[in-house]
Each structure stands twice: as C-alpha cells, then as structure tokens.
Design a protein around this ligand. Structure first.
Ligand code: ADP
Ligand code: MG
Length: 287
C-alpha cells in the first residue's frame, strides 16, 4: 500500500504542471545524484535560425539554400524548419528522401544524390570536405559527391535553463550532464554557459543510451539514481533506460510523453528541481 501523503505529493506536483505517473517515481527522486539532459528542445529553445550561408566551388547562396530547403522539406526536425524559414524561393522536386537520426538526410534531385546533414553524414557518404570552424550547428550540403558548402544555424538556451542547473547544484546533485547529437563546439559552449559538470557531443540515440547506462552503473554502486530529461522522439530509448525519465511536455512528442515516468507541462527544465523539492517534502511528511 502507498502512504496517503504520496498522493498529496503527486497532487502538489500536478498543480505545478508536473505529472508523476506513480508514487514510486516521486520517491526515487530523493535518491538522484545525476541528472542528464538532452540539449536541443530541452535546454535550448529548439528554434534554430540561419546565421550564415557559406557556398563553395562557384555555387551561389541561393543555389545552396534551394538544394538544402528542397531536401529538408522532407523532415520535421527543428533544423529543417529553420532552413525552410530562411528560403522563400522555389522548392525542387525530390525523390527517395531518407532521414537518418543524428546525421541528417539524403535524397535525389534531378537524378543527383544530395546529402544534407552534419560532418558525420558527409563522412559516411565518402565526400571530401574541410570541417567548418564556425560556432553553430553546421549543416553541410553535398551534391553528386561534391561539397556545395554549409549553412550555419544557431539555437539559444531557454531563459529557464541556467536556473534549472543552478537549482540542481543547490540541491547537492553531484552531476549535471548534457547529451547531444550536436557538435563539440556548440555543446561545450552551452554546457559551460549553463555551468553543467559534463557534456558528451556528436552522439547518436544509441550512444546516449550507452552513456546513461554507464552513469547508472556508477550511481547504483553508491545506491543513487539517474534521471534523464528529454523532449523528442530520439530520446525515447534513453527515457526508458534512466531510473527516472522526464519528458518536456510542452514541445515534446506524444511518444516521448508516453515513454516518460514524469511529464513536465510547458517548457521549463527547472521543474526537474521543483519535482525534487516536492519529493523531499513528501517524504518528510511520510516519516
Ligand atoms: P540533440 O541530440 O541535440 O537533441 P538531434 O539528435 O536531434 O540533436 O540531432 C543531432 C544532430 O544531427 C544535429 O545537431 C544535426 O547535426 C544532425 N541532424 C539531425 N536532423 C537533421 C536534419 N533534418 N537536417 C540536418 N541535420 C540534422
Ligand atoms: Mg532533442
């Protein structure tokens, strides 16, 4: 049987837009020593804007954007939305578009293979290129095995993100970790700005699971627990792996909300610390 006050805790949480799917998750929050966060859409707004269009090899900016936008038309990723917002011209007909998590997309336009994605995607396609040193998320565009250039896009931390980490640090949480598929330069810059203790970059969804499994091993040895906070479809395997999976409900996908143990309505990551505060109070009442 469940102590009555646990329902009180769940009720108090729900009033603050934190939906806890069982009293055991609320109780488990008291043992968390590590909180891992997805970056895009969780700590950052997930609203990218194009900050630079850098064509090469005699291509014009308009041609580069047209190629990228025509391919990105087949994706709903925040990156795709930003590129489509930046291009108002004619979209070319695209065939055989394929999206690959943590990479980008490939497709055919006029019988030519077009790759639109990060350095991993370009390397995988065996295309020669020099990595951009721009600070931002870099989307490379290659056509018929040749690099046409890159588009630099930027996403800002949410206003609430710094507070989210600060509150966890104040609660004595040992580790705040960022897990991202984005590049090292962007991941490190944001993690540093938010005062996070650790950052892992260039990750595929399966790499995120591996890292959370490592974190679990360490925490469990100390009788502690690991929470993960994410928002997207890509985060579902990690939400299921962590002891406590938080989905950000405001921007999040229905499937992520379903996979989570605790759902945060709205888009404030600081509600993770708020949930911990409620959990602690609840326990005090039980004892
Ligand atoms: P995060 O882990 O930060 O939430 P994702 O896993 O969604 O990010 O994406 C990881 C990386 O994969 C992106 O930073 C980007 O480089 C690349 N990527 C994913 N989807 C696309 C897309 N539609 N177009 C271009 N690049 C993409
Ligand atoms: Mg994400």
């Amino acid at each position: 049987s469940v102590p009555l006050s646990f329902f009180g805790g769940i009720g108090a949480a729900s009033k603050q837009g934190i939906l806890v799917k069982g009293s055991n998750y609320l109780e488990a929050l008291n043992d968390v020593d590590t909180v891992a966060f997805d970056k895009t859409g969780t700590l950052t707004k997930g609203q990218f804007s194009v900050v630079k269009v850098a064509p090469q090899n005699g291509i014009t900016k308009d041609e580069l954007l047209q190629m990228a936008a025509s391919v990105e038309k087949n994706s709903t990723h925040p990156i795709a939305v930003s590129i489509l917002n930046a291009y108002t011209g004619k979209i070319l007909p695209v065939e055989n578009a394929m999206e690959q998590a943590g990479h980008g997309l490939s497709a055919e336009i006029n019988g030519q293979r077009v790759v639109v994605g990060n350095a991993k995607a370009i390397k995988q396609a065996g295309i020669e290129f020099t990595e951009s040193t721009a600070l931002g998320t870099i989307v490379y565009v290659a056509v018929a095995g040749k690099l046409w250039g890159d588009i630099v896009i930027a996403d800002e931390p949410k206003k609430d993100a710094k507070k989210a980490i600060e509150l966890l640090n104040n609660r004595g949480i040992d580790q705040t970790v960022m897990l991202t598929g984005d590049n090292e330069k962007v991941g490190s810059a944001i993690a540093k700005k938010l005062h996070m203790s650790n950052v892992y970059t260039n990750l595929l969804p399966e790499n995120k699971v591996e890292i959370v499994n490592d974190l679990l091993k360490k925490s469990h040895q100390a009788n502690k627990k690991v929470a993960f906070v994410g928002d997207g479809i890509n985060d579902i395997p990690v939400l299921a792996t962590a002891d406590i999976g938080f989905a950000m409900g405001g921007l999040g996908s229905d499937a992520a909300v379903e996979a989570a143990d605790i759902v945060i309505m709205g888009d404030e990551p600081s509600k993770v610390a708020r949930a911990m505060k409620i959990a602690k109070k609840t326990r005090r009442i039980v004892i």
